[in-house]
Design a protein around this ligand. Structure first.
Ligand code: GLN
Length: 446
């Protein structure tokens, strides 16, 4: 069914970078045979899933939407892929993204522009644009994305689907090609909150291969979907409804709060005073980490290699000059500069201090409240090409999603009304390792 739908709409949406129908049919066949012998059905049994192309898949091309990895066939599976095998899902293919997950529109992909299924002239968001568009277009039921500074939640909002960024450490990053290791998290994108809870359940947990994965019990997230939110304490940061946020977006959040109030929740306005520095701190820290992480792409170990190099150093230089796109180069330069001696204290160290203050803002709120609610993005999906020459406007898109990555807390985006036929997203942020409460609140809208 997935492939039928893909045949029908993929020409327009262009969400997939690699499709492997033969392999998917083989997996489905094996699962079918198993089902006959043993009908102990796994809840995700046989479900078609798409995977963002920065999650390594054994024997299945993994490009990070970069030329530098154009023919990279990984020799191992990411931990989440092993977990999906245990959950008996069927991998349909690999999904488009911004190159190395740097971007908010999928326009930074070396290969293609994924389009927003709600309006093909608009972006699906990014960097997990393919992951959100494929679910919105009905090509797959589930997908995995990654979120370093909003890359699951922002495309989920733009495409009208449900996207969760789990607490840092909830899901193993082993086999996720690193962008900014202290911020990256893999998470599920689905049509419904319930599906999302099942998928997060399947991929979560401690992993000896990732020392930052948390040794904290994974609760049964679906048990949280009780429909009962009586007495729930909601904080609404005034910074999330202020300047730069479109009126329709603000209205949709206020409507959502009314719905929750009717069900017995209470809300109050609060402040996240340091969130105005989040964007600057994020781009410094994430670019610094990226400049170190991306040093491994040297033309020797993986993927693309320049063909006219005269020496080893020349090979590194030419491979990287030809293999990386403009945005990736911009970030490597910024990161290298911020980490260089003489500037380190002024930029990197200062940004780390800001990060701590932002974390403290969140911790203070969670002493008194169960969740924080606001919009996911300041506007609905913008037009393809609209922001492409203006990195700063593009970066501003992430203003409401980034603080959470710096703090490490979990957050979801769920559909929340429309603006001129374009979906809007509601962001529900929870305390550390309390994705269950987020799901409980999100479910109250279904
Ligand atoms: N848009 C942000 C960036 O360009 C977020 C990326 C992400 O979360 N991977 O860095």
């Amino acid at each position: 069914e997935s492939y039928k739908r893909i045949d029908k709409v993929e020409d327009k949406v262009q969400a997939f970078l690699t499709l492997d129908e033969e392999r998917a049919r083989q997996t489905a066949k094996t699962l079918d045979e198993k089902l006959n012998n043993d009908s102990q059905k796994n809840l995700l049994f046989g479900m078609p899933i798409g995977i963002k192309d920065n999650i390594v898949t054994k024997g299945l091309r993994t490009t990070c939407a970069s030329k530098i990895l154009e023919n990279f066939d990984p020799i191992y599976d990411a931990t989440v892929m092993q977990k999906l095998q245990q959950a008996e899902t069927v991998t349909i293919g690999k999904l488009n993204m911004d190159e190395f997950a740097m971007g908010s529109s999928n326009e930074n992909s070396h290969y293609q522009n994924t389009r927003n299924p709600w309006d093909l002239d608009r972006v699906p968001g990014g960097s997990s644009g393919g992951s959100a568009a494929s679910v919105a277009a009905g090509e797959v039921l589930f997908s995995l994305g990654s979120d370093t500074g909003g890359s699951i939640r922002q495309p989920a909002a733009f495409c009208g689907v449900v996207g969760m960024k789990p607490t840092y450490g909830r899901v193993s990053r082993f086999g996720l090609v690193a962008f900014a290791s202290s911020l990256d998290q893999i998470g599920p994108i689905t049509r419904t909150v319930e599906d999302n809870a099942y998928l997060l359940q399947a991929i979560s947990g401690l992993d000896p291969m990732d020392s930052t994965s948390a040794n904290i019990e994974v609760p049964k997230f679906v048990s949280a979907l009780t429909g009962d939110i009586k007495g729930l304490r909601i904080a609404v940061p005034k910074e999330y409804l202020g300047e730069g946020v479109k009126d329709t977006v603000r209205q949709s959040v206020l409507e959502a709060l009314k719905i929750l109030e009717k069900q017995g929740a209470v809300w109050e306005e609060v402040s996240l005073p340091h969130s105005k520095y989040a964007l600057a701190a994020y781009y410094l820290l994430s670019s610094s980490e990226a400049s170190a992480n991306l040093a491994r792409f040297d033309g020797v170990r993986y993927g693309y290699q320049s063909s006219d190099a005269e020496s080893l150093i020349d090979l590194y230089k030419k491979t990287r000059a030809e293999g990386f796109g403009d945005e990736v180069k911009r970030r490597i330069m910024l990161g290298t500069f911020a980490l260089s001696s003489g500037y380190y204290d002024a930029y990197y160290k200062k940004a780390q201090k800001v990060r701590t203050l932002i974390k403290k803002d969140f911790e203070a709120i969670f002493e008194k409240y169960d969740v924080i609610i606001g919009p996911t993005t300041p506007t609905p999906a913008f037009k393809i090409g609209e922001n492409i020459d203006d990195p700063l406007t593009m970066y501003a898109n992430d203003i409401l999603t980034i603080p959470l990555n710096l703090a490490g807390a979990p957050g979801i985006s769920i559909p929340c009304g429309f603006d001129n036929g374009l979906p809007l997203g509601l962001q529900i942020i929870g305390n550390y390792f309390d994705e269950a409460t987020i799901y409980r609140v999100a479910h109250a809208f279904e």
